[in-house]
Design a protein. Sequence first.
Length: 278
Amino acid sequence: MLTDSEHKRIFFFKASEATDIIRTFAENYRSRMFKEEIKKYLAENQHARIQLKSVLFDMDGVLFNSMPYHADAWHKVMASRGLELSHTEAYMHEGRTGAGTINLVYQRQLGRDATEEEIQDIYKDKTIEFNKHPLAKRMDGAAEIIRKVKEDKLVPTVVTGSGQASLLNRLEENFPDTFQEKLMVTAFDVQYGKPHPEPYLMALKKGGLKPNEAIVIENAPLGVEAGVAAGIFTIAVNTGPLDASILLNSGAHLLFPSMESLCDAWEDLFSALQATQL
């Protein structure tokens, strides 16, 4: 059950489907709620304002609809070894390094960490299982919001726990001339995966950014926790099967039900991010 405060942070309204009067009212309300949440973030993190320069995108479940394939691959490769990891639980662990997910399951069922050999063997099989699926499609709304981000002279960056070349290589194909490789953060750039803030702190370091000069767009609880722990204004998009309250309880400052709804609200959100100050 969502609280009144949590309901205020979820934005379902789609302006294109409203009458002019309702649209004006809803847009004004939405803008006011954006500013409210931004002010809370500024106060909690002791910033005077957000000076936005970059948007930090998670990849799986944000840019590509690849999470169902990851969840299925994790479930099957664990089951083949007599270990349990449900499809839904795989969403909960999205953002961890592969070793982190494997060790969590090993500790829970076997009372120990996996050996390096076991980790490599499981992750190899997981990659094989993942690649049996068709190529993950671009998430609806992802290309459109990236276009808006670039039009607003912001730098889009990818921060992912993935190290699979099959997805990383597709970024340029689906989002040409968008992501600079030197700014990207993958599993190979960090020692700790999400929910540790290191991936987002590394993105700030690579981009020469302060926490109030970026925003995070995430779809997973651990990713949200990582963005918030790094001191960055963090937006969740609920593109998976999880209850909205899980993402809000992870600390998301705002929550949208899809990338399309975030794209639809981008102009109001960007305006609020620029204008709001303590």
